[in-house]
Design a protein around this ligand. Structure first.
Ligand SMILES: *Cc1c(COP(=O)(O)O)cnc(C)c1O
Length: 398
């Protein structure tokens, strides 16, 4: 590993050379079934021909212009996103954490524009992850991401997910601006919030004049079998939503979506970005949207999610010494382990399967949504082999 890189990542010793669909081919000639997908990002698999064509075509025409000019690809993708969601308007960014930053600023500015600038507090939840900007690490409140970076910012409140009484108190506070939640927690360990909880949150927030922000950076864009995860919970629609990861199929981009009302404070000069929504990104984003929003693909993702979840549930039952339970939604699946999740990631890799880690000692399976039934079964076979190897190692150690 080069000493020239800042050492912020715990990288697996794997050098990927080429990707094709759900497969990654390493330099040493080995092939891996990819159930990481760049953390729920390569939702259409690697090198999808339509995304490759969109990128190549645009690369020969125009890469970048400033947002001081009209960008037709932005207008097109914004129409598609608002046409498929609760939202009326879209701001394009380059990443998930920037989409969250825009969402939090939109919420605070809404209250300021309405004459309540004291409403700044953002309520976040234990186990959440919103990215790595100052606003995002303060919103998620995870000490591991806050330590050593100076004092915590004012204006952030952390609650447990099951503390309704504290939630009611926080929502009623006169300084509260917004509540920020992932409908399915990703990094926290694939925890799907119930439709009832999401609808109750929306109703309570609305009654208190507090905006609801959904972080669908990981669970959105088809991952759960609906274009947006909250669409499983009609009535829970947020006022503001951040998306990113899968929306570019691997090309960096993010977006903050909002109702016209919630975005009322975001007037000329209130926010901006150099790269966000540039023509190269929008060419890929439009092509990716058309594929991800296809009802047939969403139904396929749901079916593959059910197949993988049911196989994993059987596997967990057969390996009660290794697995605790299976959780998540669609193709955002976690398996909570008794044994160390990092070691299981390495063992699975040794058996040709890539899985991600997650909070609560989970391994996470986030395959491309285009994974076939046969490939799901291959993933299950390989994980079963990894579980068996772990059991043998445990027996030897005992
Ligand atoms: C990955 C992620 C982010 C941050 O996105 P980046 O593109 O890494 O900045 C924010 N929220 C959730 C739920 C995520 O999974």
């Amino acid at each position: 590993m080069s000493e020239a890189l800042m050492g912020v990542y715990n990288r697996a010793p794997l050098e990927v050379d080429r990707g094709e669909g759900v497969w990654l081919h390493a330099r040493d000639g080995r092939s891996y079934l990819d159930c990481v997908s760049g953390i729920a990002t390569n939702a259409l698999g690697h090198c999808h021909p339509k995304l490759v064509a969109a990128l190549q075509n645009q690369a020969e025409k125009l890469w970048h212009v400033s947002n001081i000019f009209r960008i037709p690809g932005q207008e097109e993708l914004a129409e598609k996103l608002t046409g498929a969601s609760f939202a009326d308007v879209v701001f394009f960014a380059n990443s998930g954490t920037e989409a969250i930053e825009a969402a939090i600023k939109t919420a605070r500015k809404y209250h300021a524009a309405k004459g309540s600038p004291e409403r700044i507090d953002v309520i976040g939840f234990a186990g959440s992850f919103h990215g790595r900007t100052y606003a995002a690490v303060n919103a998620s409140g995870n000490p591991a991401y806050l330590d050593g970076f100076g004092p915590r910012l004012p204006g952030y409140v952390q609650l447990g997910l099951d503390d309704d009484a504290a939630l009611a108190v926080a929502l009623a506070a006169p300084t509260t601006a917004a509540v920020l939640v992932e409908p399915v927690q990703g990094e926290g360990g694939a925890r799907a919030l119930s439709p009832e909880w999401l609808c109750r949150l929306k109703a309570m927030a609305r009654a208190a004049g507090v905006l609801v922000i959904h972080d669908e950076v990981q669970c959105g864009m088809g991952r759960t079998g609906r274009l947006f995860a909250h669409q499983w919970a009609p009535g829970s629609e947020p006022d503001i939503m951040a998306i990113a990861k899968a929306m570019g199929g691997g090309f960096p981009m993010g977006a903050c979506l909002a109702t016209r009302e919630a975005a009322a404070g975001m007037t000329v000069g209130a926010h901006g970005t150099t790269f966000g929504g540039n023509p190269l990104a929008m060419a890929v984003g439009n092509a990716a949207f058309d594929l991800l929003a296809d009802p047939a693909l969403l139904a396929h993702a749901q079916a593959m999610g059910e197949r993988l979840t049911s196989g994993l549930t059987k596997l967990a039952a057969a390996y009660g010494d290794i697995a605790v339970d299976v959780r998540g939604k669609g193709l955002l699946i976690g398996v909570k382990l008794h044994t160390n999740n990092r070691e299981m990631m390495a063992t699975a890799r040794d058996h040709g399967l890539l899985v991600a880690g997650g909070g609560d000692n989970c391994i996470r399976l986030l395959p491309p949504l285009i994974i076939t039934a046969r490939e799901v079964d291959t993933a299950l076979d390989r994980l079963a082999t990894a579980f068996a190897a772990t059991r043998r190692a445990l027996a030897q150690a005992a």
